[in-house]
Design a protein around this ligand. Sequence first.
Ligand code: GLU
Length: 510
Amino acid sequence: MFNRPVRVRFAPSPTGPLHMGGVRTALYNYLFAKKHGGIFLIRIEDTDQARFVPGAQEYIMDALAWCGIVPEEGPGIGGDYGPYVQSERQHMYRAYADELVANDKAYIAFDTSEDLDKMRDQAKQMGMPNWQYNSTTRTSMKNSLTLPSDDVQRRMDANEPYVIRMKMPRNRDIRFEDAIRSWVVVNTNNLDDKVLFKSDGMPTYHLANIVDDHLMEITHVIRGEEWLPSAPLHVMLYEAFGWEAPIFAHLPLLLKPDGNGKLSKRDGDRLGFPVFPTNWISKEDGEVYSGYREKGYFPEAFINMLAFLGWNPGTTQELFSMDELIEAFTLDRVSKAGAKFDPDKTKWFQQQYLRAKPNEELATVLSQLLIEKHELNHLTTICGLMKERATFVEDIITEGSFLLGRPTKYDETTLTKKWKGDASALMTQWQTTLAGLNSFDAAAVEESFKAFITEKSLGIGAVLPLFRLLVTGKGMGPSMFEISEFLGKEECVARIDSGLTAMIELAPNE
Ligand code: GLU
């Protein structure tokens, strides 16, 4: 263990939205930092300009904020080790690459992509499909190890494009102890001479990542299993620089629910659950990739679920607040085996959190939802219908509550005064007439109503209040024809049904 304070980082590349596997990596880093009273920082790794996706960085920061994973240092936050975006640190990396070249730990290579393709093709024809630029093949390539030094200088002076490659030693066992996987041993003969610095003047991920982890005094590198194959190179780079390497911890993969393969970005919407924390709208094709936030998950439930994908507390407790997770989390309880994502269990977590929420808090969420569900257009119509009868804005929904939901009470005065004789039979007939209408706008309902009362030789006052009572529960209100149009045929017919049923109890002696 380090005697320096714990500093960990989440280092996403802004190549798209953050997959939930990425959120889990951020979460474990965060929990680990908090547990040890350390620092959790965010670093944006955008050295690969070709894969840069606009909006991705903002998405990542926003998604983490929704999850309650709050970094102490990072872009837009600040800190003593900034800048925290690699493209803003671009000027720093070259000197480190040069240092390695000067110390014979790296070399300059002039091979063009055509040269490399040619070598690959030749090797393939000789029955070796996996040609690599490595400690053996580099001796026959165009680089500063094979070319005379004045030739190297001449090419550089002539601005010939070149890269800087790692000079992997031959036949050495690289060993490091991963906090989750225990000892990892890889022989350098199985590793290639990775490019550290590209011809476009940018470092590769490997160089920038190691330089920044060192400069930012990172003590533990907690990241996804997909980076395990890069770890031996990283260990070699620390050695080449003479720096103390951090402790590595490679997290298990997230698997599809059936356990067959990695959970991919495309799986979610295909299998019916989100794989992203929040909605992502693709700028390329406008496609929406759904997120847990918009599906209605509470961030606490999402985080609780995520914590268990690859870790367990060793007890039967399943519900953990963020503070409890911080308290319980240890890397030695993270498993090596891939973690199967379970959509049903995810819903179960959400249910537990919903049930535990105070009713007042649920009501606040619900009211926002009602506004969204009813849409502004809908509310605009309600305002138009109710305005004449309101003094305060609130009256619009109290007096007009029947526009948002079915009546639960029926006006007693109208009941005693109007619900008499054959009211039930009359309303049943009117319901049948309404059900038969093809057009259901206010004018059509009014026309049909007039025909109905004329045919029955009844006055408006004998029929309209009954209709109003069943549909709205009220004795007065805006035009019944406009209300009918607003509610629609099916709803009007259904309300007459439930109103008639209620009348059996409320007016038994009609
Ligand atoms: N930029 C890498 C990624 O996108 C970070 C890997 C690491 O944590 O070292 O996952």
